[in-house]
Ligand binder design. Sequence first.
Ligand SMILES: CC(C)(COP(=O)(O)OP(=O)(O)OC[C@H]1O[C@@H](n2cnc3c(N)ncnc32)[C@H](O)[C@@H]1OP(=O)(O)O)[C@@H](O)C(=O)NCCC(=O)NCCS
Length: 169
Amino acid sequence: MEAKTPSESQAILTDLVLPSETNPLNNLFGGELLARMDRAASIAARRHSRRIVVTASVNHVAFNRAIPLGSVVTVEAKVSRAFTSSMEIFIDVWTEDRESGARTKANEAIYTFVAVDETGRPIAIPPIKPETDLEKERYEAALRRKQLSLVLAGKMKPEDATELKALFA
Ligand SMILES: CC(C)(COP(=O)(O)OP(=O)(O)OC[C@H]1O[C@@H](n2cnc3c(N)ncnc32)[C@H](O)[C@@H]1OP(=O)(O)O)[C@@H](O)C(=O)NCCC(=O)NCCS
């Protein structure tokens, strides 16, 4: 299969924060943001693989900044690395100032999606070729994160997580 670039998978969702989507402090409810990130990530995974995709894992979420009611929120998702059937997706969340339009990074997350056939069995996907410095950095670290996720899920023995162990050597 021919390699694709991360930008070919890019998915951007922009939407408002409405009253029904907030917590008692009038900020965006965390679960609502997780759902928006999951939707954007699933579109990115689908664009890369052109297959049915399912969320396998939420590897990392950082709710660094609260997002107030009425904000315009943009969720940008891109495949950072493709393995055999699984893909790591990086998600960056931005808010924009009403008057200046300036964007502020609010949150980020990393999800893993798996491409599957019609019966739900994992299926091979195209490789990915990072282009920018940031894409290369995310690509390089993705194997460590995959191994950590598999170890935490009980699907890999810690002693087999060679990339992860190399971090602490
Ligand atoms: C995700 C799923 C397809 C994996 O199936 P599986 O039988 O475990 O298949 P495998 O063990 O062969 O794993 C398939 C790939 O997923 C990766 N994977 C599985 N669990 C993972 C995890 N927790 N973290 C990171 N990668 C994971 C494997 O490493 C493998 O990657 P590779 O093929 O690129 O090397 C299966 O568990 C599933 O269908 N889960 C439910 C998905 C779903 O419904 N999501 C929505 C939540 S409601």
